[in-house]
Ligand binder design. Structure first.
Ligand code: GLN
Length: 488
């Protein structure tokens, strides 16, 4: 069987029936990854030999009847900001040149323990700062639907790897939209769970109060399966939530009877939103109603402050988190420096790209003595208001429906000259990080041949409702079955 574009479910059936072996599936995956590097460039590094060894072990397990989990033998890619013991991690930055991790991130370790095969590390914006994967030290990833366009970011490599049919699933991280926006641009499913649902141990920190690991897949069902494996309390991350993880698919009934969906007025009136994108999202809302959902209008009045608030808090936290990259213990170190201070300065100037430097400067500024109250403290106060907007909205509904991004995938270079226009791409996604709530993006149509993403946001710790709605939609429609290069 051809394993390109296969879902986890399909691969598992092929394995269970003996039609394919794990070694065959993983070999295919790696061949596709290698063959697409020149055009799509989804990966920073492949684990070809290690993955084949793991695959042999998975086949041996299967032969002796001990399958570890539903993900045993399933290939998965990870974003290059999660560490795996013995493997490099770069965060798409020169500053981590030569770094090899001595330990494994909890989310990755849980995949390994479930028997999933990690095939490689995907490309991203440097330190996850960006919305297009153009800020990678190793060069951009291209959108499989149209190679002149970006795949979104910052988890663009993971989204593109799934969209190009290389892997059925991949991990990403989402600080302000970095899973949901590339999922939308690449026509795949991408979920950011509740803050604290998945351990951040071993995820290189960008903005610690916003960062969350999540997953990409072709279907809501597959995405739910991956989240289920990586989620759950971890004592090594003090912000990880000690709550049981449900078996999400148990709630996938196909109908949406009893579900009330909130439509935030402000999200449909925002400036600069493509009217064709809104039309696709409205058509999908009609489909939800057909499946039994009720809809109500809700208001999130502080939406217009979300981007400013997000960029103040994210940059402040980044400036502090990135202080550790100083050339002393690991990564790049400038060769021609005189003395310690100059070594720090040169190492960081050479090692960090322009966008990362911009954010460190902005973040340091808003935390500085004279400006802390005016910017950082104010931003924290507005963050509380954004969060209470959601609390109020969720009094009348179970989940919210919004576009994921104001437009479809944009062309390379379109937004690189003006960072502010790039920042505005996060208008629909960043609020969920400020509030810590879960969100999933699913494909809901195409505009000019490019995928449109719809976002479902849930109450804290309720990944189930957004996933259930997404699954019901995918049972009734076929948008998720189209892929780059497929005929209509
Ligand atoms: N685009 C946003 C940023 O550049 C979000 C990034 C992310 O979620 N990692 O900060």
């Amino acid at each position: 069987m051809s394993t390109a574009f296969a879902t986890i479910d399909e691969l598992r059936t092929a394995l269970d029936s003996g039609k394919s072996s794990v070694v065959e599936i993983v070999t295919d995956c790696i061949e596709r990854a290698e063959a697409s590097q020149d055009s799509i460039h989804a990966f920073i590094g492949l684990r070809a030999a290690g993955a084949i060894d793991d695959a042999k072990r998975a086949d041996a397990r299967r032969a002796s009847g001990e399958v570890l989990s539903p993900l045993d033998g399933i290939p998965v890619a990870i974003k290059d900001n999660m560490v795996q013991a013995g493997e490099p991690t770069t965060c798409a930055s020169r500053i981590l040149e030569g770094f090899v991790s001595p330990y494994t991130a909890t989310a990755v370790e849980r995949l390994e323990r479930a028997g999933a095969i990690i095939i490689g590390r995907t490309n991203m914006d440097e330190f996850a700062m960006g919305s297009s994967t153009e800020h990678s030290h190793f060069g951009p990833t291209r959108n499989p639907w149209d190679l002149t366009r970006t795949p979104g970011g910052s988890s663009g490599g993971s989204a593109a790897a799934v969209a190009a049919g290389i892997v059925p699933a991949a991990l990403g991280s989402d600080t302000g939209g970095s899973i949901r926006q590339p999922a939308a641009f690449c026509g795949v499913v991408g979920m950011k769970p509740t803050y604290g649902r998945v351990s951040r141990w071993g995820l290189v920190a960008f903005a610690s109060s916003l960062d969350q690991i999540g997953a990409f897949a072709r279907t809501a069902r597959d995405c739910a399966e991956v989240i289920e494996v990586i989620a759950g309390h971890d004592h090594r991350d003090s912000t990880s939530i000690p709550a049981p993880v449900p078996h999400y698919a148990e709630s996938f009934h196909g109908d949406l009877n009893g579900v009330t969906l909130g439509i935030p007025t402000e999200y449909f009136e925002a400036e600069g939103v493509d009217s064709d994108v809104l039309e696709s999202v409205r058509a999908a809302i009609g489909q939800f109603e057909k499946a039994g959902a009720k809809t109500v209008e809700v208001s999130l009045p502080h939406t217009r402050y979300a981007i400013a608030t997000y960029y103040l808090i994210a940059n402040a936290e980044a400036s502090s988190n990135l202080a550790r990259f100083d050339g002393v213990r690991y990564g790049h170190r400038s060769r021609d420096a005189n003395g310690l201070t100059q070594m720090y300065r040169k190492t960081r100037s050479e090692g960090f790209g322009t966008e990362v430097q911009r954010r460190i400067v902005l973040g340091t500024y808003v935390l500085s003595a004279g400006y802390y109250d005016a910017y950082y403290r104010k931003a924290q106060q507005v963050r509380t208001l954004v969060r209470s907007d959601f609390e109020r909205a969720f009094e009348t509904c179970d989940a919210l429906v919004t576009p994921t991004s104001p437009e479809v995938a944009f062309a390379f270079g379109d937004k690189t000259d003006d960072p502010l226009t790039m920042y505005l791409s996060d208008i629909y996604t960043a609020s969920a990080n400020l509030a810590g709530i879960p969100g999933v993006s699913i494909p809901c149509g195409r505009v000019g041949g490019l995928p449109v993403g719809l976002q479902l946001l849930g109450k804290p710790l309720d990944e189930t409702t957004p996933l259930r709605v997404a699954d019901a939609y995918q049972r009734a429609t076929d948008h998720h079955l189209h892929h780059a290069g497929s005929s209509e």
